[in-house]
Design a binder for this molecule. Structure first.
Ligand code: TMP
Length: 217
């Protein structure tokens, strides 16, 4: 009997990093590497990625609700994520697309967990509720000293609600991200984002190429 070949599930790649880590230019670079390797890429971001998710993003990043409770912030992140997963990420993966996402749940552990002080257990409960077993296949963490990142970010437009946090908050976020990377070194690859763009992109290209070789091998 002839078997009907179903298309393979695509890979889910996320990019994380503190403020000013250069996510935007490096995400475009990663997308170009994947497309050059023949992968159909869907690029998206969190919080956001859907009309409802983008509306939630405005609530989260704008200055209208400055005194938002930490739990509210966390729940809104996961509300946006649930919408994003069901409406966009999961259907794309099922169709064999490679989903490249600017931030995902590691950001909740770093910002709401390490940054705001919500316990990892409570965040993991929401992770389980919203995602089940779904996790990114590969995560690139663009890491750089907080001072350098804030200096770079400061050259951009008006700071959003997160960018307006104090220096100590971002130190905690950075530590939180590095702890995740230390716990899951196979999934989370740390990229030193402090040198110039070319050096950063050489590191990224090596990680992506290694990942693709591993899949093909
Ligand atoms: P950005 O992606 O444009 O950098 O902005 C998103 C902001 O939202 C950033 O400051 C990190 C923050 N964030 C969280 O605090 N928790 C999350 O789960 C996500 C996805 C983002």
């Amino acid at each position: 009997m002839t078997k009907i070949k179903t298309s393979a599930r695509g890979c889910f790649i996320t990019v994380e990093g503190g403020e000013g880590a250069g996510k935007s230019s490096n995400l475009a670079f990663i997308q170009s590497l994947l497309e050059a390797a023949g992968k159909p890429v869907l690029f998206t971001r969190e919080p956001g990625g859907t009309p409802l998710g983008e509306a939630i993003r405005e609530l989260l990043l704008g200055h209208k609700h400055t005194g938002m409770a930490d739990d509210t912030e966390l729940l809104l992140m996961f509300a946006a994520r649930a919408e994003h997963l069901h409406r966009k990420i999961l259907p794309a993966l099922e169709q064999g697309k490679w989903v490249l996402c600017d931030r995902f749940t590691d950001a909740s552990f770093a910002y709401q967990g390490a940054g705001r002080g919500i316990s990892a257990e409570r965040i993991a409960t929401l992770q389980q509720f919203v995602q089940g077993v779904l996790r990114p296949d590969l995560t690139l963490l663009l890491d750089l000293p907080v001072e350098t990142g804030l200096e770079r970010a400061g050259k951009r437009s008006d700071p959003d609600r997160f960018e307006s946090e104090a220096h100590l908050f971002f130190e905690k976020v950075r530590t939180g991200y590095l702890q995740i990377a230390a716990r899951e070194p196979d999934r989370v690859r740390v990229i030193d984002a402090s040198p110039g763009l070319q050096v950063v992109q050489d590191q990224i290209a090596e990680v992506i190429q290694g990942y693709l070789d591993n899949l093909n091998g």
